[in-house]
Design a protein around this ligand. Structure first.
Ligand code: MG
Length: 260
């Protein structure tokens, strides 16, 4: 099932997207009452997807991200794969949806894209054992862990480099029926391929990451785990369009604008 969050005529709802992804004119969204966790409750209202505005599919209480989880990406920045997963937070205020733009922050001159598989948590949980991870995962979406690389390199903590407003595009929707073990993850800038990896290249699997993070903290419904980026990261410029595509989910495309 594909769960989107959308607005139409000033109303915001979750909805189930149906139709053929390769034929956008066939796509519709069936509105849901309330939140999408648990059995979906359709309102009976259906819209053409082209008539609604897609929003970020979740408003997470927190985004826990994992660095250097693809060996080739760690190596391209001159880093080793860490012995334990390298985790950091992106704030909830960094999130934007698929129709919003990445606003280039004035304190950086090297903003970069990082295409990543995002895990969406569906249940409050802590200390999740590996065999119970499927019970707490709601689904998966595309993410861009937008990073001010120069700021990351000159500041000891990454809060500003990876936490500025608009640095966490999510979408276009959440796929709830997906095996995350071996999915193609790509990133294009202005249509040109920049990253092409597979989730099977992750150093730690989705299950390993949920176990590791939930050992330390309670995860809430809607929380997001970013699973790291494959090799090929590089710069973005004002005016670019950056698109993250993940096999079985879809494409998240965002423009880059100057911060207003
Ligand atoms: Mg990243």
């Amino acid at each position: 099932m594909r769960i989107a969050r959308f607005s139409i005529d000033g109303n915001v709802s979750f909805g189930v997207v149906e139709g053929q992804a390769e034929r956008p004119d066939t796509l519709v969204v069936h509105a849901l009452a309330g939140h999408p966790f648990g059995p979906p409750q359709p309102t009976g209202e259906t819209h053409r997807l082209a008539d609604v505005r897609l929003l970020t599919p979740m408003l997470p209480s927190k985004i826990v991200a994992v660095g250097r989880n693809y060996a080739a990406h760690a190596a391209e920045l001159g880093n080793a794969v860490p012995d334990v997963p390298l985790t950091f937070f992106k704030p909830s205020t960094a999130v934007i949806g698929p129709t919003e733009s990445i606003a280039y922050p004035p304190f950086s001159s090297d903003v970069q894209y990082e295409a990543e598989l995002a895990v969406v948590i569906g249940r409050m949980c802590r200390e999740v054992p590996a065999e119970r991870v499927p019970e707490v995962v709601f689904g998966y979406t595309c993410a861009n862990d937008v990073t001010a690389r120069d700021v990351q390199q000159r500041e000891g903590q990454w809060a500003r480099a990876k936490g500025f407003d608009t640095s966490c595009p999510l979408g276009p929707w959440i796929e709830t029926d997906l095996d995350p073990a071996d999915l193609a993850v790509t990133c294009t800038v202005n249509g040109e391929l920049r990253q092409a990896g597979r989730t099977s290249q992750m150093v730690r699997s989705v299950a390993d990451l949920v176990v590791h993070i939930s050992e330390a903290m309670t995860l809430l419904p809607g929380d997001i785990i970013l699973t790291g980026t494959p090799a090929g990261v590089g710069p973005l410029n004002v005016g670019d369009e950056v698109a993250v595509s993940i096999e079985g989910i879809g494409t998240l495309a965002n423009k880059v604008i100057k911060r207003g």
